[in-house]
Each structure stands twice: as structure tokens, then as C-alpha cells.
Design a protein around this ligand. Structure first.
Ligand code: IMP
Ligand code: MG
Length: 198
């Protein structure tokens, strides 16, 4: 008889609100190991070049901070702020640049750094946007991918983990601006009562 794995207990130390429960998904050491692997791969693939790493704010800043410190080739860093889900857990599908790059990127090798790919609409829009600015090469490095949610195809050149269709938080990823400071990644579940209200 196959034993069903017990559901993990909600994490107590995290600052959850009464109607939210947080369950662990990816431990800190598992994430750090993956970040080192991604950095090694990027350093090898871009050897002899100096790519511009573009972090997509705000979700990617923790991942990017760890990633760049493991990359062994010279890189430049810049950031793009895009409109987020706000307090909702569903994407609006409308992508808006709310904070732009500091310099032109014409002729540069751009590596977009994203926390999590859901519908794929954000990355699709940004890849096209980088191409319109005449970047020489545009690639993507995403820590997490939720393939069940894709609405459009996105080529992920570097990917950390494929994850289930859950609402994830931690390691830079938020729910209504909370949980970014968790060193691990977990998923949130909401009480039925709360779902009806939102
Ligand atoms: P997409 O455009 O639907 O692919 O959405 C991508 C963006 O939505 C990511 O950069 C995240 O900021 C946010 N997002 C997607 N899934 C989650 C999640 O599970 N938790 C928190 N934010 C998410
Ligand atoms: Mg994001």
C-alpha cells in the first residue's frame, strides 16, 4: 500500500495573518545550491563577455543579490520596475514599466532576472521591449516557473525550479508586500471566508 505523504505543518515563525497559512516548499540551502549552479552556468556561457543583468523589481532583488555574488565574470547590473499584482494573487495581464533602466542597452547582452514566471506575460513583454531597444542578445534567468499557468510561450534560458500552481512567497517574493524577507520559499493558503471577501 502506498503511504500518502502527510501535508507539511504551517510555519509558525512567519508573520502570517489570521486567515493565511504558510507552508514550506523550498528550503534555504536548496535555494542556495541552485543559485550556485545557475551562477556557474551563466559564468561559463558568458565567458569573455560582460552581460548586463536586469533585475525585475521588486520580486527578483533577493535572488539577484545572491546570484551576482556567485558569478565569476564581470557584469553590470540595472533594474526595471514593473507593475505588480498589488494585493491580488492573480495577474492583471497588464504590464507597465514603473521604473526604467538608467542607461541605453543598444548592443548589450541583456540577461533578465525574474523571480517567478506565471502567465509569462511580464517576461514576454520585457523580452520584446529589450529587443526594441536594440539589445544584441536577450536571455532570461528565472528562479521559479509555474508551467500550469502559462498563457504565452516564454523561453527560459536559465531556470531554478519548476513549481506547482500555488501562491508562493519568500526569498523576495511577496503577498501584498509581506514575506519578502523569508530566507526560504513557501506557499500560502487562505481561509474560505477570506477568499469570498477578496
Ligand atoms: P506573469 O506576468 O503572470 O508571468 O507574472 C509574473 C510576476 O507575477 C512575477 O514576477 C511575480 O512578481 C508575480 N507572481 C507570479 N506568481 C506569483 C506568486 O505565486 N506569488 C507572488 N507573486 C507572483
Ligand atoms: Mg516579479
Amino acid at each position: 500500500m502506498t503511504k500518502r505523504r502527510a501535508k507539511p505543518q504551517p510555519v509558525q515563525m512567519a508573520p502570517t495573518l489570521k486567515h493565511e497559512r504558510l507552508y514550506p516548499l523550498l528550503d534555504e540551502d536548496v535555494i542556495q545550491q541552485k543559485v550556485r549552479e545557475l551562477a556557474r552556468k551563466i559564468s561559463g556561457d558568458y565567458a569573455g563577455r560582460s552581460p548586463l543583468l536586469v533585475g525585475i523589481l521588486k520580486g527578483a532583488w533577493v535572488f539577484m543579490a545572491d546570484l551576482v555574488r556567485q558569478i565569476s565574470i564581470p557584469v553590470n547590473c540595472d533594474f526595471l520596475g514593473v507593475s505588480s499584482y498589488g494585493k491580488s494573487t492573480e495577474s492583471s495581464g497588464v504590464v507597465k514599466i514603473v521604473a526604467d533602466l538608467k542607461k541605453p542597452i543598444e548592443g548589450r547582452d541583456v540577461l533578465l532576472i525574474e523571480d517567478i514566471v506565471d502567465s509569462g506575460l511580464t517576461l514576454n513583454f520585457l523580452i520584446e521591449n529589450m529587443r526594441l531597444r536594440r539589445a544584441r542578445d536577450v536571455r532570461v534567468c528565472a528562479l521559479l516557473d509555474k508551467p500550469a499557468r502559462h498563457q504565452v510561450e516564454v523561453k527560459l534560458d536559465y531556470l531554478g525550479f519548476t513549481v506547482p500552481d500555488r501562491f508562493l512567497v519568500g526569498y523576495g517574493i511577496d503577498y501584498a508586500e509581506r514575506y519578502r524577507n523569508l530566507p526560504y520559499i513557501g506557499y500560502l493558503e487562505f481561509d474560505e471566508k477570506d477568499k469570498k471577501r477578496s
